[in-house]
Ligand binder design. Structure first.
Ligand code: SF4
Length: 237
């Protein structure tokens, strides 16, 4: 199946699911890559965004050609220094060093150096919940609730539909009249929301990258043990 067909299929699967009368609207948006041209993070109750988890691909010859054409000052001023996590540096031989562990997949460098850089091969999606424009409270960006999942097999599609169903059911039962998901999450707390939709708390879930993790720290050790156990089980499977 082609990439755009997958996105359409996913959108159809999700928007066809409306079992309950809901207290207010619930929007899905699907963006193929972290550029998020759909504005899913800002607008959707459930945002599904294509991403990758291995290293980005770098064609060093194309990097050198880009530097030769535009000059190293241009590259430093417009690519290197605009990386939000300072994950890039230009080597003396005009090749590019990427600190992939610190790359937050913002797409900036890839958008500028289109021939030299591209996303990695291990692709999947990130799921965020709770984005919305102003209503009862001000604008909210979606919060990461599934840091990464593959979206290749029928089972993967079923899993994502399951998460959507759980979320809409929980929303239908717990939101106040005329309340969006993000507002409900603010009111009841993210940990309660996650428990309600059956997602395990994970340290990779973040509401503000590089600033604060929203996971509860009063039970941090237990949560960390659970996470380590889950990872070991996944590895053994
Ligand atoms: S994608 Fe964004 S965060 Fe990652 S290296 Fe490029 S500019 Fe930096």
């Amino acid at each position: 199946m082609r990439k755009y067909e997958r996105v359409l299929k996913l959108g159809n699967n999700l928007t066809n699911y409306y079992k309950h009368k809901r207290p207010y609207k619930f929007k899905f948006k699907v963006s193929g890559c972290p550029n998020d041209c759909m504005n899913a993070i800002e607008r959707a109750d459930m945002a599904i965004i294509g991403t990758w988890r291995d290293d980005m691909k770098v064609d060093q010859e194309e990097v050198k050609a880009f530097v030769a054409k535009n000059g190293s000052k241009y590259v430093v001023d417009n690519v290197i220094s605009r990386c939000p996590t300072q994950a890039l540096s230009l080597n003396d031989d005009n090749t590019l060093a990427v600190d992939n562990r610190n790359c937050v997949r913002c797409m900036h460098c890839i958008n500028v150096m289109t021939k030299a850089l591209s996303p990695g091969d291990d692709k999947g999606v990130t799921i965020l919940m709770g984005g919305k424009r102003t209503l009862k409270i001000g604008d909210l960006m979606g919060t990461v609730v599934v840091p990464f999942m593959k979206l290749d097999t029928e089972e993967d599609y079923e899993r994502i539909t399951e998460i959507a169903e759980e979320t809409i059911d929980f929303f239908a039962e717990n939101a106040l009249e005329h309340e969006r998901t993000g507002e409900m999450i603010e009111r009841i707390g993210l940990v309660n929301f996650l428990e309600g939709i059956g997602l395990e708390v994970d340290p990779n879930m973040i509401s503000e990258p590089r600033q604060s993790s929203y996971v509860r720290i009063d039970t941090w050790d237990e949560e960390a043990d659970k996470w380590v156990e889950r990872k070991a089980e996944e590895k053994a499977a």
